[in-house]
Design a binder for this molecule. Structure first.
Ligand code: FAD
Ligand code: SF4
Length: 540
């Protein structure tokens, strides 16, 4: 303005004016800090579609995350490796990235403290984050942003098929939250395996009856695709930091996918080699066969390296290209797990939290047997499922549900202890999916929100679906006496203990008819056997 009026300025005054203008310009520039959580590694997110010099992405390895549960070492390694490769990927795309490593001197070891320090240090004027999938972090970030003296924006993760509240809205006013109803809604809404006017492809919604066979004796399942990631440097950093973990790295190198490319390779491998038998052997268990025809995609999906839609679309495309090699029931069985169970569990979590995390319908109080941490038990099924969990940070669904979960429920273990174990030991364990599966489906601690009856069984089911009983120290056929399979007496003991809570359940009534018709002496012997096993549970 002064210049416009013909004012003469010297060089130092011109410099002064320039600096002033620059300052005004800078104070008008929005400088954004975007927080990326360890399970938000979605490179396809709209955030990353354009590079902006005024936007900085922040990823951090912090003690609050390594220490909130006793995690399997492979889980911590997997998350940190995936976060590091993701940060590198963003940098190569031209994005500004701040990555705080676990042992960095300036790491304040908490989301809030690190964000606050960076906002002050770099003069960020705006803060952004994506909706966390965990209630704990959702609350933390709500409180944090509520106290910030800069503006903030929250984004969707653009990962799931459904909204957080979709299940709640679908079942508004209804008592039963049936997965099957939700699954059909999702199929119709997203036109997945649908033809014509919202009709299921091939005339049926559910092909479960064609699935779920035992593995034939001579059958040799396909060897799994394993990656060869050298994570020894991160492993060393965990040691230096003194992070307590369980399990070990089975082979010299880390076998889980740690980036998007490896995740897509695993998806290809599954579609080309496993999908054709996925449904058939979905519930099968075999000693020393840790992955059978399962996809092992849960870690890649739960960290959002790949999306459920990519997985479903790829599986459908594989079926379309090879309908003679992949029967439709195999595909439907797989799609149901992802569009159905995975999204359903998320909906239950957001509908029922935070109360869900403390439900204990049966009022169970027992401790988890010590051998859950070592696999040192004479029970073949438990030994195999636990040892492979320690070796690979993985067990497939039926091992989790009908072996380790089944036993914990029959043994009356407190759901908090069961949750802590599942949350720690599996590479894919994040609370939003672990909790409804463990406390709900497996332990029935929600009194029947997720499942219509408790998933318990005697040795009969385990023997039907596995090869574990052959060669076990215990006798699957014996209910009482020496070497009687513990599942048998614990099973009847469970029903006896909880009759007041279960007898009216229409899906269970038949079991009570059998129990009531049993000779009193046989019932007493079963209950005494169970009592003996429960008293000596660490010796089993
Ligand atoms: P596949 O058998 O190949 O199935 C394909 C995909 O379907 C999985 O990757 C998964 O994303 C999805 N899926 C299948 N069943 C379920 C289910 N019940 N709930 C949600 N998604 C499902 N899954 C987790 O991702 N994290 C957990 O912490 C977890 N904890 C569990 C605890 C218990 C007690 C039980 C019974 C199940 C748990 N599950 C959990 C569900 C299921 O066991 C795993 O998703 C599955 O074993 C992962 O292996 P996969 O990728 O080879 O699955
Ligand atoms: Fe498990 Fe019992 Fe079979 Fe042994 S006999 S493998 S303990 S079910």
């Amino acid at each position: 303005m002064a210049q416009e009026m013909g004012e003469e300025l010297g060089p130092s005054e011109i410099l002064q004016r320039c600096l002033q203008n620059e300052k005004i310009k800078m104070s008008n520039t929005k400088k954004t800090l975007r927080l990326v959580l360890g399970d938000q590694l979605n490179s396809q997110h709209s955030w990353y579609q354009k590079v902006d010099a005024n936007t900085t992405y922040l990823l951090m390895e912090i003690r609050s995350e390594t220490d909130y549960a006793l995690h399997h070492v492979q889980k911590v390694l997997g998350f940190f490796a995936a976060m590091r490769t993701f940060a590198e990927h963003l940098q190569t795309q031209g994005h500004q990235v701040i990555y705080i490593k676990l042992n960095d001197a300036h790491n304040l070891q908490s989301f809030n403290k690190n964000c606050e320090a960076l906002i002050a240090q770099h003069g960020f004027t705006h803060f952004e984050y994506q909706l966390p999938d965990e209630y704990r972090l959702d609350e933390l970030l709500k409180i944090f942003t509520g106290q910030l003296n800069i503006t903030h924006t929250v984004y969707d993760t653009e990962h799931f098929y459904s909204e957080r509240t979709e299940l709640k809205d679908l079942f508004a006013g209804k008592k039963l939250l049936l997965m099957e109803t939700f699954y059909r809604h999702m199929r119709k809404k997203h036109r997945v395996l649908i033809e014509g006017d919202n009709q299921p492809l091939h005339g049926q919604w559910n092909f479960d009856a064609d699935n779920r066979q035992k593995l034939p004796k001579a059958h040799q399942p396909i060897a799994p695709l394993l990656f060869d990631n050298d994570l020894s440097a991160i492993e060393n950093e965990l040691k230096i930091a003194g992070i307590k973990t369980i399990g070990h790295v089975k082979s010299e190198h880390f076998l889980w996918p740690v980036d998007r490319q490896q995740s897509l390779l695993l998806l290809d491998f599954f579609c080309n080699n496993c999908l054709s038998l996925f449904g058939t052997f979905q519930d099968a268990m075999a000693p020393h066969q840790w992955s059978l025809y399962h996809s092992r995609l849960s870690f890649a999906m739960n960290t959002k390296l790949i999306s459920p839609k990519e997985v479903v679309d790829k599986a459908i495309a594989a079926y379309a290209q090879n309908p003679d090699g992949i029967a439709y029931h195999q595909l439907e069985g797989f799609v149901r797990q992802i569009i159905g169970w995975r999204e359903y569990m998320r909906g239950i979590y957001w509908l029922k939290m935070p109360n869900y995390a403390s439900l204990n319908f049966f009022e169970h109080t027992a401790e988890l047997p010590q051998w859950y941490w070592t696999g040192n038990t004479k029970m073949n099924c438990m030994k195999d499922a636990i040892r492979q969990s320690l070796d690979y940070a993985y067990a497939h669904h039926i091992q989790r549900l009908m072996v380790t979960g089944n036993f914990a429920l029959l043994a009356g273990v407190h759901p908090d202890a069961v949750d802590a174990w599942y949350l720690g030991i599996y590479i894919d364990a994040i609370e939003w999916v672990e909790l409804p599966n463990t406390r709900g489906m497996s332990q029935f601690a929600d009194g029947g929100i997720v499942g219509t009856k408790p998933y318990v069984s005697s040795a009969t089911y385990i023997n039907k679906m596995s090869g574990y009983c052959t060669g076990c120290y215990y006798d699957k056929a014996k209910k009482t006496g020496e070497k009687a399979c513990p599942f048998n007496s614990l099973y009847w003991n469970f029903y006896d203990q909880h009759e007041s809570k279960l007898a009216k359940n229409p899906r269970i009534g038949m079991m009570y008819n059998v129990w009531h018709r049993m000779a009193p002496a046989d019932k007493t012997a079963l209950l005494e056997q169970a009592e003996y096993y429960l008293k000596n549970i660490n010796e089993l």
